[in-house]
Design a binder for this molecule. Sequence first.
Ligand SMILES: Cc1cc2nc3c(=O)[nH]c(=O)nc-3n(C[C@H](O)[C@H](O)[C@H](O)COP(=O)(O)OP(=O)(O)OC[C@H]3O[C@@H](n4cnc5c(N)ncnc54)[C@H](O)[C@@H]3O)c2cc1C
Length: 404
Amino acid sequence: MQGPVVIIGAGQAGVQIADSLRQEGYEGQIFLVGEETYGPYQRPPLSKDYLAGVVTQQQLMLRTPDMLARKNIELITGVAVVSIDPAGRRVHLADGRVLAYEGLAFATGCRARPLPTSATVAEGVMTLRGIDDTRRISESLEKATNVVVIGGGFIGLEVAGTARGFGKKVTVLEGADRLMARAVSPVVSEYFLKAHRERGVDIVLGTKVTGLKGERGHVTGVETLGGKTYPADVVIVGIGIIPNTELAQSIGAHCEGGIVVDDCARTSLPGVMAAGDCTVRRTASGMLRLESVQNAVEQGKSAAAALMGKERPFVACPWFWSDQFDLKLQMAGLSAGYDQVVMRGSTEQNAFTAFYFRDGKLLGSDSLNHPREHMATRRMLDKKVGPTPEQAADPAFNFQTLLK
Ligand SMILES: Cc1cc2nc3c(=O)[nH]c(=O)nc-3n(C[C@H](O)[C@H](O)[C@H](O)COP(=O)(O)OP(=O)(O)OC[C@H]3O[C@@H](n4cnc5c(N)ncnc54)[C@H](O)[C@@H]3O)c2cc1C
């Protein structure tokens, strides 16, 4: 390929595709188009250290404009791609510009799912996806007394922890009967429930938000089924995401809860790749959605290789992390479908790993302040080796013996 490549979305996956194209030896034009006014930046600190004021906006940036310019990557920010003409191989930007392409990649990420009831009371009700959202939340928190977080998933709990660190009265309302239920096992949910409550966060499980109360357009409370109202000056909604698939769909790419890609980040359309949060990966055991930095980076590398006509499958062990208060949770592998949980370390000492097995085979682990066990799981799963449940439970057993 020699003609221009257009990458739609200048986030973690988009910038990786651009960088990897250069590493693959591609010398043609690269356009990296993002609708946000910022260049590529990291999102994980948005609910953690950036919200807490510990890191600056500058420190969020993945690449400076200079770094991109040195690689001859043309960054266009503050402008959305509004339509694509696949027959003419052109993308149309919101400001009227038209870019011709030979290679096309979607890295459009996703958007926060809004609360259906929020339309009635706008002020003070926020979701968190970008820098501007964190800024708005941060400003509102300064004046707030009562903070209600709707959703006890990773983002909701991270924001709850940070807001509690500011001394706010924080309530988390979760619909399921345990925290982070989609991602971790009951033992880990239980640990985090206790940890949040011990640090003063009020957590309500198995509840359903039915509406918002407000005065003069500003939220004053969150109503739940059963008639209880939780007072709120600020409401942060963390109830999941919606992948940005509309553009890909408009040109006929197969989408099913994300742009469907194979292990090499190829969509159903020849020569069109997709990477990151906007994708869902077709695997032998069904469609796999991963919303993580690792996935964006690895699929970005695969997409660049695929644009160059090469196969670079992303099949490494998935991993993810979440920081809540001083607690570092690290997840490795895919534990869905486990039939046995084996613990190493202890919840009392705030350092443990829950290893998940099916039919005696290691599927993954969740580690709390246990980085060695987390890394060992990743390496074992990548090497397709694993301990027995007895070995995993035995703190004297060294996983390195399996990794030699
Ligand atoms: C608050 C928060 C905390 C997180 N914490 C963690 C964590 O601890 N660990 C972890 O692994 N992951 C975490 N994540 C997830 C991680 O940040 C994402 O998986 C990663 O950013 C995905 O990268 P992406 O490039 O696919 O999407 P994004 O980074 O979202 O980038 C997509 C970009 O495309 C742009 N775009 C969309 N449509 C268009 C268009 N039509 N034209 C132009 N531009 C467009 C968007 O504006 C956006 O800038 C967190 C995410 C959030 C929001």
